[in-house]
Design a binder for this molecule. Structure first.
Ligand code: GAR
Length: 208
């Protein structure tokens, strides 16, 4: 059974999807052992507590820069014996010290089809504002491994979602969460925990 540590910063609907998937047996061979928040007020912490999942808070605001923040986070991840780290709405870009310590063991969900609308500055609603601003007709979500560059690690699963007339960033965000993120994130976690994701030439392949 793999220890899954989930990092959050906000509402935690992706965390909820993971909790539900674990409770429903969709996540095989994995257990959420700890939820770590960068924000003491994140509603995600309440979701964890309600499900008796231990929580830790490592406030981003208490650290001067990403490097010192990542060092503090790394200590927590090591204490928790994390086998898999899931960034579920985690709004801080990790320093390479963490990425190097956990190669191909950190996954992130991004609310667009990478390589569109991703990288530094593209997070949360900003992603959907940019997609609507460009006028794309299809967006979606991507689950990928985290490497040293923002949103640039090997892609594990993507799911497309249609943009509709009259969409606002909020409406598009909700549709992409419901139709894509909340499905592909638990699926990727389950595949990882069953050792069904292999890396060839820096690309991820699902072996079923
Ligand atoms: C989600 O849409 C997630 O994909 C996005 O923030 C939202 C968090 O919602 N993450 C990023 O933009 C990271 N680059 P949640 O807290 O309800 O899961």
């Amino acid at each position: 059974m793999k220890n899954i540590v989930v990092l959050v910063s906000g509402g935690g609907t992706n965390l909820q999807a993971l909790i539900d998937a674990e409770n429903n047996g969709i996540i095989k061979n994995g257990k959420i052992s700890c939820v770590v928040s960068s924000n003491p007020d994140a509603f995600a912490l309440k979701r964890a507590e309600k499900n008796n999942i231990p929580t830790k808070i490592v406030p981003r605001k208490s650290y001067a820069d990403n490097k010192s923040y990542s060092n503090a986070l790394l200590n927590v991840l090591n204490e928790e014996n994390a086998d898999l780290i899931v960034l579920a709405g985690f709004m801080t870009i990790l320093d390479e010290s963490i990425v190097k310590a956990y190669p191909y063991k950190i996954i992130n969900v991004h609310p667009a089809l990478i390589p569109s609308f991703c990288g530094q500055g593209f997070y949360g609603l900003k992603v959907h504002e940019a997609a609507l601003g460009y006028g794309v007709k299809i967006s979606g979500a991507t689950v990928h491994f985290v490497n040293e560059e923002a949103d640039a690690g090997a892609i594990i699963i993507q799911k497309a979602v249609a943009v509709q007339n009259g969409d606002t960033p909020e409406i598009l965000q909700k549709r992409i969460m419901e139709e894509a993120e909340w499905k592909i994130l638990p699926l990727a976690v389950s595949l990882f925990c069953q050792d069904k994701i292999k890396i060839f030439n820096d690309k991820a392949m699902i072996i079923d």
